[in-house]
Design a protein around this ligand. Sequence first.
Ligand SMILES: [Zn+2]
Ligand SMILES: [Zn+2]
Length: 294
Amino acid sequence: MGLCSRYAPACSSWTLTLVLTGLFYGFPCLYLAQTHSMSAHIIYDGILFFFVIANFTVATVIDPGRYPRASDDEAVDDQRSPLHQNININGVTVRMKWCTTCMFYRPPRCSHCSICNYCVDTFDHHCPWVNNCIGSRNYKYFFTYLVSLTAHMLSVLAFCIFSLHLMKMEGESFLQYTPIITICVAVLDSLLMVPVTALLGFHIFLISKGRTTNEQVTGKFKGGHNPFTKGCIRNWAYLCFGSRLPKLVGRKPKKDLLKKVKMVKAAPDKVHVYVDNSSTNGNTSGRAHLYTKV
Ligand SMILES: [Zn+2]
Ligand SMILES: [Zn+2]
């Protein structure tokens, strides 16, 4: 992918956000402030807009949960190695694929992003508008961005309609800059709000079900049980209050980190790893399906 096509969606989303909000503050907001001494709405929407920009920036620049590639001495390309390994989590078989680029078995929910060219923990999707992968470390900021953006767009539309109503009541001509730009902002805002609200609704559904976009679109849980959901309420609690995972690349672990980590031994009947030879001997019959309850 060329640099231009990679950065174009992110540049257009930044431009649209800043230009539309700038026009909103410069015309309908200014009209309400000057003619009706209304400034509370500017403070209210200013706070919303701050959250939009803050979450957009964090979702863009933060490491989404990138896994480091195997180093040269670790990367043993053994042709006899199976392409998959299966792990059993709470009675559900989850297949771990061998990543030929990063040279390791991808942990459950991890996927390789073809645009960023690295494996991402709890990969949701690659968002061209944010120009970053959405994974375990930035999903919360991406979701908060969607929530604050929807609230900001609703607020812009409501104040545009309200100021147009006041202009009409006061008999002002609509052939002036302020009403024309207010109508343009309201129309563009309404059009853009449709996909943003739909995307927010889709992610509310995914969080409630404990799924990622990648799992949903690839139909991983069709007719099976999702081993990663904690239940609707706990999924939301984890999103809101769960701590962010540490960075996996570009940072050396502290020497005394292991001393602080409380090692928890998994019960042997809960989790076990075994080799899946189905891909090497060509016989797939009778094998457990991916993410299907066994
Ligand atoms: Zn990879
Ligand atoms: Zn990516």
